[in-house]
Structures are given as structure tokens and as C-alpha cells.
Design a protein. Structure first.
Length: 202
């Protein structure tokens, strides 16, 4: 029995020492961090004053803002990186530039999709096939996909609307690259998760 307790104490001591030995590495942007994404060795950060790229190996930092680049708006709180390395920035705060694409040299402002002006971008998701999925507010909350050549609006299932509430997770991509979004039935007031496989609702 004493050998058993000794073994348990040694095991606990081992795990305690290892947990205390862990170190945090702190990387900072130009100011407060809104969102970040990792692509290869690069950590991309969007903040209240621009876009930052930090090399996670060397710590080298590059910052883009309205003073040193053609960035059309300093503020964005949504960020993602597509499969080709393109950076997508969005703002859900009634920004003058709700959707911005950055290729590493040039910032492109995208003020409208399908001829509809965007007021807010709530979320941006990407899939390995190069597609970029955008949940935005144009005429109500809308879902769009960009296939590297054009935007296509994805209509919700008949009788439903897309739902987006502040600070709620209502949009995501599963491991099989299907899009999941919260749907709302305005008649019954029921909310449910809808799955879109890229061609149709499941």
C-alpha cells in the first residue's frame, strides 16, 4: 500500500513540475487584438489600428495601417486567411469599408456583393478548396461564397432566414467543409442549425 501511495505522489509531483515549467510566449500587435489567424509561420492579427503580421519563429513584425499603406479603413474585427494566402478583413460595426481583401501588397475594398451594398460583415470562413464564405448584412443577413472569381449568394432553405445575434457563434465550417449556420423560422420562432454541403441544404 505504501508503495502505491509513493507512486501516486511521484506521479502527481511529475505532472505538477511539468505544468509549472510551461512558458507563455507573448506576441503583441499595434494595440488591442480583435482576431487572429495562423498561416504557416505567420500570425495575422487585426486590431483597432490596422493589420499586423508576426513571424512566430523570428518574432519579426510588420504592421499595415492607413498611414503606411493603401488600407482603406484602420478598423476591422473579423479576419481570415484563404488557402492561397489572401487576407480577408471584415467589420461588423457599420464601417465605411466592411469587406477588404489584402494580397500582401495591395488592399482591395469590396463595398458591395451582387450589386447590394454591405453594411456589416459578421464573419468570414474559408475552406481548403479556396472558397471564402461571408456572413454579412446587405438586405437582411445574407450568406455569400467567393470562388476566387465571383461572389454567389446562398439563399437559406425555404421559409427560413439567417440568424445573427451579437456575440453568438452562428456560422462555421465543419471538418468535411460543409457550412453550418443558424437558421430562424419567423413563424414558429424556432432556431436550428442548417448544413450546406456547397451545393444544397442537407
Amino acid at each position: 500500500m505504501n508503495k502505491f501511495f509513493t507512486f501516486v505522489l511521484l506521479l502527481l509531483s511529475y505532472f505538477l513540475q511539468n505544468s509549472l515549467a510551461q512558458e507563455w510566449r507573448l506576441l503583441s500587435a499595434s494595440d488591442a487584438v480583435w482576431e487572429y489567424k495562423i498561416k504557416g509561420n505567420d500570425l495575422w492579427i487585426t486590431s483597432g489600428s490596422g493589420l499586423s503580421r508576426i513571424n512566430r519563429i523570428t518574432g519579426e513584425k510588420t504592421i499595415w495601417n492607413q498611414l503606411n499603406s493603401d488600407m482603406p479603413d484602420y478598423f476591422s474585427n473579423v479576419l481570415n486567411v484563404d488557402s492561397s494566402g489572401g487576407i480577408w478583413l471584415g467589420s461588423g460595426d457599420h464601417s465605411n469599408s466592411p469587406l477588404i481583401r489584402f494580397n500582401g501588397n495591395h488592399f482591395e475594398e469590396i463595398p458591395e456583393i451582387d450589386g447590394k451594398i454591405m453594411n456589416d460583415v459578421f464573419d468570414i470562413e474559408t475552406t481548403p478548396d479556396g472558397k471564402v464564405w461571408i456572413l454579412a448584412r446587405t438586405e437582411g443577413t445574407t450568406l455569400h461564397v467567393f470562388d476566387q472569381s465571383q461572389f454567389t449568394r446562398i439563399s437559406p432553405p425555404l421559409g427560413y432566414t439567417y440568424h445573427r445575434a451579437n456575440n453568438d457563434i452562428t456560422f462555421g465550417i465543419s471538418m468535411n467543409n460543409h457550412v453550418w449556420v443558424v437558421l430562424h423560422d419567423p413563424i414558429t420562432e424556432i432556431y436550428l442549425a442548417g448544413e450546406f454541403d456547397g451545393q444544397q441544404w442537407k
